[in-house]
Design a protein around this ligand. Structure first.
Ligand code: F0G
Length: 363
């Protein structure tokens, strides 16, 4: 059989990175040096087996931001924050992090030729994230304290020393992250009915809302979603209404007791008629396993809080609704949790012969 060779080029367009793609909506000028790893343009994937669990006609999709260059949504904010820091002549950046911010800050800062200082809570950063920060060449400082304490320190450091803060209190971070909402609307043709999202420091929920509102004002969508934020039960200050001194959850990315964007998150909730709810670690793990084993999507535990939360409040979902759950980080970030909580085991010690392999397979 001979295959005929194609005679025209495919109409696939090259993605230029999110600053170029959404330049008109971002605070950049022609002279801003764009530091990019071509982040953004992540897929919005239908998850029918999860939708089926809701028990009526609904459409559920996941925004898989774990497919960004460093494996999390933080790249969206970091391309902006580092480009603007470079524009301002910064030589070094600093952040506190539960892991993903440090990986993204390190990658983009090094690409821009800057030093990156990252403060992390000792013993509570997933292995993949630590490996990334180290290999990118960040100066990693593990403190004997939690994320909230690390953030207090870096806030202070950035006022006293020549280092630019790149946590989500840096306004350019949220500017970059709002592009995820643009992509959701671009893909769906409108805003979803609900946007379900894990909440830690509450920057991302704030950024998504900014993005939806900006597109709405520009006439690119004719509705706004209800913003449904989910925290882990052991780290749920937005649900209990007060800071948590000793936050605990296996979803270490959102092990945060005193979110920096607290007020803004409350404002988003009330403007969008949204809600904050807590999900237990068991519920997070169940959603994490479900996404992997039924949909083929490997996210990190904190990300699964969005799906766990949606399933928890599923009775409130209107028939016919379109729901987007944000999967903020890649499952490869946290191989320890994956191995500890896989329901699967693998067969070992098999003789290297066809017969032995076939026998083990049950043939
Ligand atoms: N999901 C993941 C995978 C995260 O890494 C984070 C935050 C969140 C959700 C929550 O987003 O803070 O904007 O509400 N990670 C930060 C970090 C704290 O240091 O990497 P948020």
């Amino acid at each position: 059989m001979t295959l005929s060779l194609p005679t025209t080029k495919s109409n696939r367009q090259v993605w230029p990175g999110l600053i170029e793609a959404y330049r008109q909506y971002l605070p950049v000028t022609e002279t801003t040096p764009v530091v990019t790893l071509l982040e953004g343009n992540t897929p919005l994937i239908p998850v029918p087996s999860i939708a089926q669990r809701i028990g009526r006609q609904v459409r559920v999709l996941v925004k898989y931001d774990g497919l960004n260059p460093t494996g999390s949504f933080k790249d969206r904010g970091m391309t902006m924050a580092i480009s603007k820091a470079k524009e301002a002549g910064a030589k070094a950046v600093i952040c506190a992090s539960t892991g993903n911010t440090s990986a993204a800050a390190a990658a983009y800062a090094k690409r821009a030729g800057m030093r990156a200082f990252v403060l992390i809570p000792e013993g509570y950063v997933a292995l993949g994230k630590l490996a990334q920060a180290l290999l990118y060449g960040a100066e990693v400082l593990a403190i004997k304290g939690n994320f909230d304490r690390a953030l207090e320190i870096v806030l202070e450091m950035a006022t006293s020393y020549p280092v630019t803060l790149v946590n989500s209190v840096n306004p350019y971070r949220l500017e970059g992250q709002k592009t995820a909402a643009f992509e959701v609307v671009d893909a769906l043709g409108n805003a979803p009915d609900w946007l379900c999202i894990p909440v830690g420091n509450a920057g991302n929920i704030t950024a998504y809302w900014m993005g939806f509102c900006q597109y709405h004002q520009a006439g690119l969508c004719d509705r706004l979603p209800r913003m449904m934020g989910f925290q882990a039960t052991g780290a749920s200050p937005l649900i209990t209404g007060k800071p948590v001194a000793h936050p605990e959850t296996l979803a270490t990315a959102i092990r945060i007791g005193n979110p920096a964007n607290w007020e803004r998150a409350i404002a988003v909730q009330s403007a969008s008629k949204g809600q904050f709810n807590a999900v237990t670690d068991d519920e997070i793990l169940a959603a994490y396993q479900l996404l992997a084993s039924e949909e083929g999507i490997f996210c990190e535990p904190a990300s699964a809080a969005s799906v766990a939360g949606m399933l928890k409040v599923k009775d409130q979902i209107p028939t016919g609704a379109t729901i987007v759950c944000v999967l903020t980080g890649n499952g490869l970030k946290d191989p320890d949790t994956a191995l500890q909580h896989s329901q699967n085991s693998f067969k070992q010690g098999i003789e290297p012969t066809i017969t032995a392999v076939a026998q083990t397979m049950g043939f």
